[in-house]
Write a protein that binds this ligand. Sequence first.
Ligand code: NDP
Ligand code: GDR
Length: 327
Amino acid sequence: MSSKHALITGVTGQDGAYLARFLLGRGYSVHGVIARRGTDTLWRLRELSVLDDIEIIDADLIDLSSLIRALERTKAEEIYNLAAQSFVATSWDQPLLTAEVTAVGALRLLEAMRIVNPKARFYQASTSEMFGKIQQPVQDERTPFYPRSPYAVSKLFAHWSTVNYRESFNLHASSGILFNHESPLRGIEFVTRKVTDAVARINCGLQKELRLGNVDAQRDWGFAGDYVEAMWAMLQQPEPDNYVVATGKTTSVREMCRIAFAHVGLKSEDYVVVDPRYHRPAEVDVLIGNAAKAKERLGWSPKTPLETLIHMMVDADIERVRRSLRA
Ligand code: NDP
Ligand code: GDR
């Protein structure tokens, strides 16, 4: 067992919670950066029963000196930059905040690492959204990028900053180009969880319909619990690199709805209403990733089929709704 120190920004998010649990299971001391904003952001860490095992560090990607102090205090040898304004739709309403956190925030953390501990290893949470208007039917590490939102443009800046710091300063900085990954801990604003929460509420008689935007959009969806293992594996490699992490299968939002409603014996077409309010100024129509390099170099492949994932999410949301009704 290792006794390494890891620092996770975005520890209160979906991936942060799963990664914290994974690293604790491997004997790491886990330090989680929390940018305090008042509301209860710790629920995921409670659900996975890891809150008491993490050392909480107050810092913010907007505040360079807080990041420097976080790295000095924790002496982290592995730094996972998962923090971001991560909701694509919001990035058109708050483009500057998105750029500050998601783009320049990553650069600030790279700077902090360069100043405090250039020998540490760095993971950047890059995204399939960088492929955007796809330039190849199946996307891999060599596919040209074409971002379609302020979020994706910001992530592209962070990705190239990671590559540039690797090449300029010889930092062990890797970029994981992860395709969509979901779980019962997914934020409710993202489409899979919006759907599974609605299925649970409709099933319990609390909601009558589900209003969605572009149900023809297609995504390569995997399970977050599988994907955090690839993040760790990247930092165990002798050399830093870029890796696509994906399942290689794509499914429409419409089909994902069908799977979720069918799990409780309902037909999605009886409940889903298309509402133009949820359409985006520019859409990413379809994404499919080729994770052959991750399989070959990291020994990583996805374990959870989409149906299993959606069923897990619906079951968790039904349990949450029932618990709230009992309270
Ligand atoms: P979440 O939205 O669930 O989590 C984002 C995290 O970032 C939260 O912990 C949030 O804190 C934190 N955060 C936001 N702003 C700041 C800030 N200024 N300083 C410090 N922390 C901040 O994202 P996911 O867990 O789903 O994703 C993790 C990362 O991976 C993100 O960068 C995302 O863009 C990227 N990504 C995600 C994919 C996915 O399908 N999930 C796919 C590809 C990339 P708080 O809880 O306080 O809001
Ligand atoms: P995405 O995820 O934009 O791919 O970004 P999201 O679940 O928000 O959207 C997926 C697709 O579903 C369509 N859609 C809707 N989306 C939402 N949220 N709400 C709706 O009502 C709705 N109706 C249809 C969207 O238009 C889109 O095409 C996620 C985030 O986690 C990013 O941080 C990450 O980088 C990428 O995945 C990979």
